[in-house]
Design a protein around this ligand. Structure first.
Ligand code: HBI
Ligand code: FE
Length: 287
């Protein structure tokens, strides 16, 4: 990660959201993004995500006031949003999660960046991440991830653990009776990838397997070549209960896997046609 400068002046990098300072135009950008994602996600997102959106009342009117979201979130799972100026160092990020605090940026992308933005903004962080923090099992998973992150830093295994975050929290799919659904925040906050990840023949869709995921490289500059599918949030949480130390030792002896790889041991839900991916160059991670 590039060197980050603490513009907050506080050791936890937190700032005040200063909700009153948002302009009409900024609220308008939120409304535009919200309206189009709400429509796209109605029958694409996980029911738990849609439920979280409804309960939080993150809605059509504009950029939400974190204080209001925190009332709902605090009652639901005890999680709290803390405002930060942008990307924060890994240890600060994990420290917040481990204490059930989610660091969120405050700024919103410009009109020119509606479909593509490099860094996370408030739409990605709040619309993408916060609805699932209303879900008790997912909230526990995020806390466990933060604690695991602090340990991984000491063990030099951040690289492996970051892939777990990427392929679940950011780009995860979940199997439901009605079919595959999206829960990853990088997908729900991206117009293009919300459609691509479910409807396109290009990418692989593979059953989630913890060690397999932690071996798999990922792309931050294009739609994913592989999506990992969980059966439930409980499966995800249970997979992270164990101490990862022996996993990291095992992983050190195994080769890394390319983002598009399919192994004989994979549970293949859909084998990607690959190809036809030319022309997709937008960064979906946070757009
Ligand atoms: N900071 N604000 C912010 N948001 C993130 O998602 C984030 C971060 N710092 C570090 C980080 N993510 C990564 O360490 C993990 O996702 C692995
Ligand atoms: Fe994110």
């Amino acid at each position: 990660m590039a060197t980050l400068v603490n513009r907050s002046g506080r050791p936890d990098w937190s700032i005040d959201q200063d909700w009153a300072a948002y302009s009409k135009e900024e609220h308008g950008i939120w409304r535009t993004l919200f309206a189009r994602q709400a429509k796209l996600l109605r029958d694409r997102a996980a029911p738990e995500f849609l439920d979280g959106v409804a309960r939080l009342g993150v809605a059509a009117d504009g950029i939400p006031d974190f204080r209001r979201l925190n009332d709902v979130l605090g009652r639901a799972t005890g999680f709290q949003i803390v405002a930060v100026p942008g990307l924060v160092p890994d240890d600060i990020f994990f420290e917040h999660l481990a204490h059930r605090r989610f660091p969120s940026t405050c700024f919103i992308r410009t009109n020119e960046q509606l479909d593509y933005i490099e860094e996370p903004d408030v739409f990605h962080d709040i619309f993408g991440h916060v609805p699932l923090l209303v879900n008790p099992v997912f909230a526990d998973y995020m806390e466990a991830y933060g604690k695991g992150g602090l340990k991984a830093l000491k063990q030099g295994a951040l690289h492996q653990l970051a892939r777990l975050y990427w392929y679940t929290v950011e780009f995860g799919l979940i199997a439901t009776k009605a079919g595959l659904r999206i829960y990853g925040s990088g997908i729900v906050s991206s117009k293009g990838e919300s459609v691509y990840c479910l409807d396109h023949a290009g990418p692989n869709r593979l059953g989630f397997d913890l060690l397999r995921v932690m071996r798999t490289k990922y792309r931050i500059d294009a739609f994913q070549e592989t999506y990992f599918v969980i059966d439930s949030f409980a499966q995800l949480f249970d997979a992270t209960l164990a101490d990862f130390t022996p996993y990291y030792e095992a992983l050190a002896k195994l080769p890394e896997l390319e983002a598009g790889a399919v192994l004989p041991t994979d549970r293949v839900i859909h084998r990607g046609a690959g190809k036809k991916r030319r022309g997709i160059t937008r960064n979906p991670a946070v757009a």
